[in-house]
Design a protein around this ligand. Structure first.
Ligand code: 5RP
Length: 215
């Protein structure tokens, strides 16, 4: 799949315009985008990064990483996904960077999502839904999620997010109302963010292949 990821990441460069500050997601597909961005780094003002991992890669390439508070709204955000449905609604957070990813997606006019074909699904939920939680609320959130959705919460042990929080992965879901579930789970005290990107999904999806498909 890495070839498909590379093709998707490189195709997304077509959305980068001169003088832009580019929002940059996290993951192995985004790594290809960052590497391609390096080739045109003199044409952009810099990047806003969604994770320490992406920040390190951007800086290795000499791309300036800027603070979202200083940049204001962005024109473009490029990020991967764990699942993508036909309405461009997503599950994200496999790399535990969902909260910062959600913030940058919200701040951006255009969200270009780059995926390999294995990420395309008709109904979201085969990939366990990540939820970032405040540590003391881990069990409370798990019980509440089970009661509300019937899904099985599993603590991603050993993982601490860039924000110092924990991740629960919710298994056995079939998400027929992604916006409704996103809104409901967001209300549970202790939930920092939910890896459902339905209220603000992608605007463009690039599926890597020869040639890449733009949805
Ligand atoms: C990180 C994410 C990633 O975008 C998602 O996990 C996809 O990763 P990859 O491109 O490595 O398949 O949401 O939190």
């Amino acid at each position: 799949m890495s070839e498909a990821k590379r093709l998707a990441g490189e195709k997304a460069i077509e959305y980068v315009e001169d003088g832009m500050i580019v929002g940059v997601g996290t993951g192995s597909t985004v790594a290809y985008f960052i590497d391609a961005l390096a080739a045109i780094k003199d044409r952009i003002k810099g990047a806003v990064s969604s994770s320490d991992q992406s920040t390190a890669r951007l800086k290795q390439h000499g791309i300036e990483v800027l603070d979202l508070n200083a940049t204001g709204p962005l024109s473009l955000y490029v990020d991967g996904a764990d699942e993508c449905d036909p309405h461009k609604r997503l599950i994200k957070g496999g790399g535990a960077a969902l909260t910062r990813e959600k913030i940058i997606a919200e701040a951006s006019r255009t969200f270009v999502c780059i995926v390999d074909p294995s990420k395309q699904v008709d109904v979201l939920g085969r990939f366990p839904l990540p939820i970032e939680v405040i540590p003391m609320a881990r069990s409370l959130v798990a019980r509440e999620v089970l009661a509300q959705t019937g899904g099985q919460p599993v603590w991603r042990e050993g993982v601490v997010t860039d924000n110092g929080n924990l991740v629960l992965d919710i298994h056995n879901l079939s998400i027929t109302d992604p916006k409704g579930m996103e809104t409901a789970l967001n209300q549970i005290p202790g939930v920092v963010s939910v890896g459902l990107f339905a209220r603000r999904g992608a605007d463009v999806v690039i599926v890597g292949g020869e040639p890449p498909r733009v949805l």
